[in-house]
Design a protein around this ligand. Structure first.
Ligand SMILES: C[S@@+](CC[C@H](N)C(=O)[O-])C[C@H]1O[C@@H](n2cnc3c(N)ncnc32)[C@H](O)[C@@H]1O
Length: 392
């Protein structure tokens, strides 16, 4: 549902306790007219100018109160703002939702390349997360391990010895015990998500448009499929498009007819730009070259930083054990790459190893162990092969 009106008037008609989640990205109190043009030169703008701070906060207070009324008792609200008024808005949220219902201050951070002003380069915006009550809906999202995490160690189960020191657990034969499948690390309240670049296909030309990647994360943590998401200041409709892509219901309101027109178009043909940086992670960039990363990103895997024989482990375990991946280096023979992988994966108690090679005609005299899968092009063929082997 889409409404072209003042969100206050529209929300007054909504039933109490009816919305699962609200995300609002209102004017920030920048005291500027926000304007931008699309690829065809059509200009869009909205006013973020106020008589005074009190004027702005009164505008926000009455609307935030209405949002609380229509939010379900299990619901959450995410208020997006920046340093222009974030300190006042947090106090306002405390006042309306109660200090006890503050959940998180999410920092959305991104890379900025220029700074003409004297001072620190602003590289974040803030999203305050409050809930209506204590029994709120929350889904944990897991991210990848950081570059400094020793993944080799995490894959092995640990116990405390008599002195209370953490040591590797060993079975009756003295062998290291493999740990259970790990989901990753629960994400923190600092989110590094790139700004939409000016040429991104997702960009509509509407000023202050937010990336779908950011909205998807908010929607995933606070709602389930079929839940209803409201954006009372929807602008170009980013929240609604994200909700649609994630099979949630959505309601959008904006006072600007241009915003509603863009939102309608986007909903008819939703498009999301994928960030390569996000996919592979900034830390990974530093240790693997681009070709290696592009290969490893074909797999659902955790990249290993400090192991000469293994480049990554599949997230999924087979036969309760990890699966190692190794890419044959340019200056390395197939035989050498194979032996590095075989010995490293043995040490890590892997059920299978995947060796990615560029060699098309393999020397048939080389003995390839039955738990090693050789792929000579980047494909997901490994899944088919693993399924064949584990079905036996
Ligand atoms: C920061 S923009 C939202 C941008 C949006 N998140 C996106 O990704 O495109 C704020 C929007 O609030 C709208 N707006 C301002 N006052 C409003 C009001 N009283 N009711 C509804 N919308 C309003 C503006 O027209 C503008 O589109």
């Amino acid at each position: 549902m889409l409404y072209n009106s003042d969100c206050l008037e529209v929300m007054k008609d909504f039933s109490s306790d009816s919305i699962d989640m609200i995300y609002l990205d209102p004017p920030f109190y920048t005291q500027r007219i926000q304007s931008l043009s699309d690829k065809n030169g059509r200009k869009y703008k909205f006013a973020d100018t106020w008589d005074s701070l009190d004027d702005y906060l009164s505008f926000m207070r009455v609307r935030i109160k209405e949002m609380k009324r229509i939010l379900k008792p299990t619901g959450g609200i995410f208020l997006h703002c920046d340093t222009s008024a974030s300190h006042y808005l947090r106090i306002l949220l405390d006042e309306v939702f109660g200090v006890a219902n503050f959940r998180s201050e999410i920092i959305w951070t991104y890379k900025r390349w220029s700074n003409s002003k004297k001072g620190l380069l602003p590289a974040h915006q803030t999203i305050f997360y409050y809930t209506k009550g204590k029994n709120y809906k929350f889904n944990i999202i897991y991210g990848n391990y950081s570059a400094t995490t020793n993944l080799d160690q995490i894959l092995q189960e640990r116990v405390r010895d008599k002195k209370g020191k953490a040591v590797y657990k060993r079975d009756e034969n003295g062998e290291i015990v493999t740990a259970k499948e790990k989901k990753g690390v629960p994400i923190s309240d600092v989110w590094e998500i790139p700004f939409l670049n000016p040429k991104a296909k997702e960009r509509t030309g509407y000023p202050t448009q937010k990336p779908i990647e950011l909205l998807e994360r908010i929607i995933r943590i606070s709602t389930d499929e079929g839940d209803c998401v409201l954006d009372p200041f929807c602008g170009s409709g980013t929240t609604l498009v994200s909700a649609k892509l994630l099979n949630r219901d959505y309601i959008g309101i904006d006072i600007n007819p241009d915003a509603i027109e863009i939102t309608k178009k986007r909903l008819a043909d939703p498009y999301k730009t994928t960030s390569i940086l996000l996919k592979v992670g900034a830390a990974a960039y530093r240790t693997k070259n681009e070709t290696e990363l592009s290969i490893l990103n074909q797999f659902e895997c955790d990249i290993v930083q400090r192991n000469k024989g293994i480049d990554a482990f599949l997230k999924r375990h087979y036969f309760g054990c990890p699966v190692a991946i190794r890419i044959q280096r340019d200056n390395e023979s197939f035989k050498d790459a194979l032996s590095m992988l075989v010995s490293a994966s043995k040490k890590k108690n892997c059920s299978f190893g995947i060796l990615i090679t560029y060699e098309k005609n393999l020397n048939s005299k080389i003995n390839i162990p039955s738990n090693i899968i050789v792929i000579n092009k980047y494909s997901t063929q490994f899944e088919i092969e693993l399924d064949k082997k584990t079905a036996k």
